[in-house]
Design a protein around this ligand. Sequence first.
Ligand code: TRP
Length: 73
Amino acid sequence: MAQPEYIVIRALEDGVNVIGLTRGNDTKFHHTEKLDKGEVMIAQFTEHTSAMKIRGKAEIQTAHGLTESEAKK
Ligand code: TRP
């Protein structure tokens, strides 16, 4: 990965979790970052991180476009 893309996550409620999942044979949570409303996290995919899971209501910007996760009911 020469230029890993940046992912921008903007929390739209308190307690949004950004969960990093490991790269490789097994895919496990390795890091959870908690964001409160209005907080922004800018993250990359790395040799350790192959996927991210966003829990809670947030706006997520990637090179593929803008998406929104929803609050848990
Ligand atoms: N130590 C992690 C890594 O280098 C840090 C990290 C990068 C991370 N991107 C992330 C943690 C996304 C959570 C979500 O891969």
